[in-house]
Design a protein around this ligand. Structure first.
Ligand code: ADP
Length: 544
């Protein structure tokens, strides 16, 4: 009996030790789980058997609070989630299955966290004896999920909005084009002066409405990700000239000097989306004209070679306008955003131009750079990398001219024109005087090409110069005038020419080619075309 008792005791002590060891291992494991672990009896009070350390961190209550029944886990469930969570747990216990519930938990300090509770009933002899579970804090995951959902929702509704806008703009554009086209036609019919004025207002209003609609269409296309860029060969000079021509009338009306300053020997055959590049330049130039009250606007274009047939071209539109406050520089790039409320009052506009410009530049892997000083002026610039190649030769065909004289008051215009002549290999001198000019020109006969700024000189002096130059058929006079100028050219002299400012290098080259080659009465755009037999060209127009 004694031996038996001793043996039983030894076994009991061994079992107890094993049990203790196993419990230690369980506790160590449970305390290293990154979640709250619980083991409770399946009785009415859910008597606590074990809670790990993380349980305290998760709930904010001490283990003691739970063991002493001061607080119970089900009291911590968010009231909106409690019923559902308990119901799910009960159901799983009844079915002797594991459970997984997601709910909000209110911590001791009142903060709300999202938890995922993984649990299971422990069954002994077919009876549920214990409940065990792990609570994992999924607040961060939940936030991320919610953010993704919110973003997806926003993106979908934004896309739907953009598509709606794109469709609507298209629907509005069609009848608008009708109004513009037919009011233009009507303007050419025999109507009274008053009717003409009414009709002009109709036409201009429709044009400006079309501009707004086009901007909205572009913006919504960009936002819906439906705008893709073309990439075809075009002439940098053509894009520049067309962009400048669009704004020169308004600039000249405001007596603002427009200057096109293109770096010489730039590779001017470029591969780009010419419509969009022109749109960008027009936006920047028309803003510059709009926000400049006096002074000048420069379009500066420089390039640096990246590698064979690739150049980085920098475009800059610089004005002497009202400027932008430093704190508003970011704001004006947003859609429907202007510098402040006085802008609309004083200048009108929708605040769409720059946003579209910057979005288009983004598609070209570039962005707008703004430098501005209030009341001094602004500079908007961007750089794009394009495939480029040199364009045509920069010489004057059969040049007989020896020396040019430029009469111009704006120093930057003088500098730009001087460089143009240098690149065309024609010596040139610039002067900014108008006193005794006719006699200077009479005496200094070595200048066989004279360029004068009509707005600087005025009508009287210009006519005196015309009188001098028209006497000598070997001398040529180019009168640079504004588009609003009151000067009417007299076509009777073959050696007197007019050009609308700003002077551009390829326009000057064309003039000089024409002066030297009077038999070529068409613009020399491309030398290959000059040698073409015109009769060989057949044109087919298909138009619905
Ligand atoms: P809009 O010209 O229709 O107002 P934009 O998007 O083209 O719209 O320009 C947004 C705003 O940026 C303008 O309203 C103006 O406040 C400011 N801004 C743009 N260009 C200039 C500039 N050259 N000089 C001063 N402010 C400018």
């Amino acid at each position: 009996t004694l031996a038996n008792n001793i043996a039983t005791s030894i076994i009991r002590i061994k079992n107890k030790k094993a049990l203790q060891e196993s419990e230690e291992k369980f506790k160590l494991l449970a305390n290293n789980i990154p979640g709250g672990v619980y083991l409770v009896k399946f009785d009415k009070k859910r008597t606590k058997v074990f809670l790990n350390n993380e349980f305290e961190k998760l709930t904010g209550y001490s283990k003691e609070d739970f063991f002493s029944e001061r607080v119970r886990l089900h009291q911590l469930y968010h009231p909106d989630d409690k019923a559902k969570a308990l119901q799910e747990i009960d159901k799983a216990i009844k079915e002797k299955k594991s459970f997984l519930v997601t709910s909000r938990l209110i911590k001791k300090d009142g903060t709300e966290i999202w938890i995922e509770e993984h649990g299971e009933a422990i069954i002994v002899n077919d009876v549920v004896e214990y409940l065990e579970g792990v609570l994992i804090d999924i607040t961060e995951r939940k936030k991320a999920e919610e953010a993704i959902l919110a973003r997806e929702l926003a993106e979908t509704s934004n896309k739907a909005k953009s598509e709606f806008l794109a469709n609507m703009s298209h629907e509005i554009r069609t009848p608008l084009n009708g109004i513009i086209g037919f009011s233009k036609l009507l303007l050419n019919t025999r109507i009274t002066e008053v009717q003409k004025q009414y009709l002009q207002t109709v036409n201009q209003s429709a044009e400006s409405l079309l501009d707004v609609v086009n901007d909205i269409l572009d913006l919504s296309k960009i936002e819906a990700g439906k705008l893709s860029l073309e990439n075809s060969k075009t002439s940098l000079h053509t894009i520049i000239n067309q962009s400048v021509d669009m704004v020169k009338f308004t600039a000249h009306q405001k007596n603002i000097e427009l200057i096109v300053n293109v770096q010489e020997h730039i590779e001017c055959n470029i591969w780009t989306d010419e419509v969009r590049l022109r749109q960008i330049l027009q936006n920047l130039l028309s803003n510059a004209v709009k926000f400049t009250l006096k002074g000048q606007i420069e379009l500066n274009i420089t390039a640096s070679k990246v590698r064979e047939s690739k150049s980085k071209i920098r475009f800059e539109v610089k004005d002497t306008g009202i400027g932008i406050k430093p704190e508003n520089k970011g704001k004006i790039l947003e859609a429907f955003s202007q510098e402040d409320s006085s802008t609309t009052r004083n200048f009108g506009g929708t605040g769409l131009g720059l946003s579209i410009t910057n979005s288009l530049l983004k598609l070209m892997y570039s962005q707008l750079e703004i430098n501005s000083e209030v009341k001094k002026g602004s500079s908007f610039s961007f750089e794009i990398e394009l495939k480029t190649e040199p364009c045509g030769n920069k010489n004057i065909l059969n040049n007989k001219l020896k020396r040019a004289l430029v009469v111009e008051d704006n120093p930057l215009v003088c500098e730009v024109i001087e460089r143009m002549f240098r690149s065309l290999n024609l010596p040139c001198k610039t002067i900014s005087t108008k006193t005794d000019l006719p006699s200077i020109i009479t005496n200094e006969e070595e200048y066989d090409l004279i360029l004068i700024d009509y707005e600087f000189l005025n009508k009287k002096v210009t006519h005196e110069i015309i009188d001098v130059v028209s006497q000598n058929q070997h001398r040529h006079l180019i009168i640079m005038q504004n588009s609003t100028s009151d000067f009417i050219s007299n076509k009777s002299f073959k050696n007197i020419h007019n050009v609308i400012k700003p002077l551009k290098i390829n326009v000057l080259q064309n003039y000089l080619n024409k002066i030297n080659n009077p038999f070529l009465d068409n613009e020399i755009v491309d030398l290959t075309l000059v040698n073409n037999d015109k009769n060989k060209i057949k044109i087919l127009i298909v138009e619905d």
